[in-house]
Design a protein around this ligand. Sequence first.
Ligand SMILES: Nc1ncnc2c1ncn2[C@@H]1O[C@H](COP(=O)(O)OP(=O)(O)OP(=O)(O)O)[C@@H](O)[C@H]1O
Length: 612
Amino acid sequence: MAKRKRIPQNDTVEEKKEQEKEEYKAVVAEEEKQEEEYDDDKQSFEELGLDARLVRALSKKSIEKPTPIQCVAIPLILEGKDLVARAKTGSGKTLAYLLPLLQKLFADSPSKTNLAPAALILVPTRELCQQVYSEVTSLIELCRVQLKVVQLKSTMSASDLKTSLAGLPDIVVSTPACVQKCLKNGMLQAKALQASLSVLVLDEADLLLSYGYEDDIKALTAYVPKRCQCLLMSATSSADVEKLKKLILHNPYILTLPEVGDVKDDIIPRNVQQFYISCSARDKLIHIFALLKLELVQKKVLIFVNSIDMSFRLKLFFEQFGIKSAVLNAELPQNSRLHILEEFNAGLFDYLIATDDSQSAEEQNAKESPAPRKKSKKHSKQKLDAEFGVVRGIDFKNVHTVINYDMPQTAEGYVHRIGRTGRAYNTGASVSIVIPEEMEIFEEIKSILGENETEDSKFIAPFPLLSKNAVDSLRYRAEDVARSITKIAVRESRAQDLRNEILNSEKLKAHFQDNPKDLDLLKHDKVLSKKEPSAHLRNVPEYLLDPTTKEACKIVKLARAAMGNDGSTRRKGFKGKFKKSRNPLKTFSAEAPKRAHKGGMKKKGKNQDDGH
Ligand SMILES: Nc1ncnc2c1ncn2[C@@H]1O[C@H](COP(=O)(O)OP(=O)(O)OP(=O)(O)O)[C@@H](O)[C@H]1O
């Protein structure tokens, strides 16, 4: 981090504020300078050997400079090397393989006589399938080339799959299970595939096996010709990646990119600041409520919980205070999920509560639908989607804060959740709300990431902006509302939401076929509670806030304005994104400003969590 200019200490509040502002400006200027220097050193996409059409297409997407993984991977893929690319979450792995893959197909397409796809991109979940498909489609459109891409999903009917393949696509994006299904049914001719396949990509490779695709991939290897270039993209290294490497890579030359090291240093993006709040189980709701209602975290916010019921509890609770949010989980129909993601990415709402219990959906199914229970007609459970994955790989756009309302069950899960912010050149923050029962896993995560606050860049610091006073001032209102959200209310809302989404899902499907860009058909942050939220709960009265909290709110707002993110969360070009130094969490403390000057939030000690 840039060194701070020492400014003489002043005594009055006004002078202290001035001093704070001056320091803030100095840090911003310094870091902007450093960033410019770094940008100047970097290679351009042209220098990596990319086709001018692709460079122009990227430019139209406001993507001007390659990320480190792209700098290394693109030339190697263009040379035809097999690759095992491991790089941190949000580092731009998708474009790292898509750009050279498209370039290769540009060159091959005029002589095309293939009866099967030339490129197969396999991903573990349908959400990722959609995401990669959209990215390829938009690049192809922007480049104005004659390449055809389809996505194949296991939910598609046999006739839809057949129709998709009959158009002789050049690129297929799918899950291993679905491709295997097409091969088995003869919709995809094995011989034709052997003759045509020139690039095979296994994206989120480490996850493919844990999603249970091992047999499908093994079966597929028989149809992958020796000359086919194979690319394994992954954020973490694991025994599963090793297994896949052995299973699928033919060329002996395998490259693991040098820029990545161990989990601690490389997997979590450098530009994510991590915080925690320690509190009792009873106070969890008040803490998240305070964070959101007092706007002590930057929007958009992605909140992770470990169960679907909890996501509805939170949504119902927020509703009573006029905070609109949407839920995302494996129970919802796929069209709804995709639509929720699209709306969130487009900035239509600021708070998304995602259920991630870091288990495969099959395990979750088993857990959520215990067999011996008598099946009630009313509550017959919707089966969870085994191909749903919200944590891994999904490119949530412009998420500035990830909140772990429930802690993940593994350190790996933590890393992937945190990786939903700070993507590419953006910065972000995470706040984990930890209760005593979750302390064990939290301690484990901390020990992996590094516990030395001065030396470890991945140190998880106590959240500095929320004082005990601020929490206590909201306690009465929050506890009162929390009591009204009973188990029955949660269950009813969950069932109602599911019914709505199932109905809407068909409408959505039909509508989006005709109007792919129309996002306003259905709003997913609609109010679920039967009881109309009370008007008086919408705003937190001034008298409830102590001066420190008021100051914290002001600084966060100031930073939001500096980020060009006041009010509108719609996507901006990368140049307009806020810098790490502009993150108020780095420059402001809930305690006396003087202490914050010395060491930013990391010098804040552990007293904050002791208090509550
Ligand atoms: N060179 C670049 N400059 C700016 N933005 C970029 C660049 N490359 C990719 N991006 C953007 O960064 C975001 C993250 O990219 P991507 O989804 O490929 O990350 P990832 O490495 O696959 O992450 P994960 O491991 O979580 O899947 C995307 O929104 C993408 O459009």
